[in-house]
Ligand binder design. Structure first.
Ligand SMILES: *Cc1c(COP(=O)(O)O)cnc(C)c1O
Length: 393
């Protein structure tokens, strides 16, 4: 049989947005409270406290009412002042993209370290750049550049930036919740993440960890947005029921997000990270055993939340995804920008970070290749993936 495009997919194995946990979907169905109702204000206060616990923060985080691009753009607009000199780190499409925002807000030339999009940033190159340019005052980094499926050594980079004394903005949207990472561990001043990747909730919110000195800097920045959808400052006191919200919060999204945090805490973060890691390792083992190539130049930088497969020579990447969907009802992600056409992504995020989805993903990917005439040994791939899964039990 073939699944047509007007049918819902059977399994969505994308790298965000991802299918939400069933309990989260039920949470979205809770009553939509009036934002000035004391019950809602209490709920919001508790939700901020729960977010703080989940993010391992010593300061109170912020919840912004829009999917994470809102938080990322707001971070650039709020923290980067005209007099700042910015170093942007680009190992992929998101890292590169942040540089365009940074360039908009700094009055100085933007410095950038850019590596091929299948490699990671070398912390020593960051140290060298900071030595050459002592005036650099803000550094921007993407932890997991999702369209590449590669991880940057963010804690090492953070330590170097902290030693230099610059502020650090981190995009951790697609790593947080799926692996061990926290704002304090990488010494981030603004640490931006969201519920719609590894926490298994729908897109619609951003969580931002803010250091004390980042608050001070943003308040001193005359051009930091205020009375604006892009404002971080407007939300500083929104956690407290004593202050009104700057505008109506996304009540239903917050309801779903609350359940996602409960699930994460109940399962235990270590257990959640472990099944992301296991699913990714099983997938990588299967890809290699079928004689295919991982996109990441080195497996040590391959993401535990997304596996990227280099498009085999002579094949059209979109045709692979189309075939996987039509034959198996399985949806994968493409590359983006620079990586579009060059790779296919199998996401392991939230509910799909389960070893059985490694088997499903490999089957659909191999089946698509075989259908397109690029013969691979699917059995060898599945056996390799199962060996990884079995070894973990
Ligand atoms: C998903 C994601 C975002 C949010 O951006 P969208 O493309 O709108 O989903 C930001 N940064 C990274 C690294 C992401 O993976």
């Amino acid at each position: 049989m073939r699944y047509s495009n007007d049918m819902q997919p059977v399994i969505t194995l994308t790298s965000g947005p991802v299918n939400a946990y069933p309990d989260v979907l039920r949470g979205l169905g809770r009553v939509v409270l009036y934002d000035y109702d004391p019950a809602f204000q209490l709920f919001y206060e508790e939700l901020v406290a729960k977010t703080q616990k989940v993010m391992g923060l010593s300061t109170r985080p912020l919840i912004m009412q829009g999917e994470p691009v809102l938080g990322l753009e707001a971070a650039a607009a709020s923290l980067i002042a005209t007099e700042d000199t910015v170093l942007n780190l680009a190992s992929g499409v998101y890292g590169k993209g942040f540089g365009y925002w940074a360039a908009r807000y700094t009055g100085n030339e933007l410095h950038e370290i850019e590596v091929p999009y299948n490699e990671a940033i070398d912390p020593q190159a960051v140290a060298e750049m900071l030595r050459q340019h002592p005036e650099i005052s803000v550094v921007c980094a993407c932890h997991h550049d999702t369209p590449s499926g590669t991880i940057n050594p963010i804690n090492e980079i953070g330590a170097i930036v902290a030693e230099h004394g610059a502020y650090l903005i981190v995009d951790a949207v697609s790593s947080f919740g799926g692996m061990q990472t926290s704002p304090d561990a990488c010494k981030a001043d603004l640490y931006v993440t969201g519920p719609n990747k590894c926490l298994g909730a729908p897109p619609g919110l951003t969580m931002v960890g803010v250091s004390d000195r980042a608050w001070t800097k943003m308040k001193a920045n005359e051009r930091a947005p205020r009375a604006s959808m892009l404002s971080i400052l407007d939300w500083e006191n929104a956690w407290s029921h004593k202050e009104p919200f700057p505008f109506t919060p996304s009540v239903a999204e917050l309801n779903g997000y609350d359940v996602a945090l409960d699930l994460y805490l109940e399962e235990g973060p270590e257990n959640v990270w472990a099944r992301h890691d296991l699913t990714a390792r099983a997938t990588r083992a299967g890809i290699k055993a079928m004689g295919l190539e991982l996109w990441a130049a080195d497996e040590t930088i391959a993401s535990p939340t997304t596996t990227t497969i280099r498009t085999p020579d002579g094949l059209d990447e979109q045709a692979i995804r189309d075939e996987a969907r039509a034959r198996y009802g399985v949806v994968f992600s493409s590359g983006r920008g620079e990586t579009a056409g060059k790779l296919t992504r199998i996401g392991h995020m939230g509910p799909t970070a389960q070893p059985i989805y490694a088997i499903a993903g490999l089957t659909a990917y191999a089946g698509a290749l075989n259908a397109l005439g690029r013969k691979v040994d699917a059995g060898a791939g599945l056996a390799a993936a199962m060996a990884v899964i079995d070894a973990a039990n």
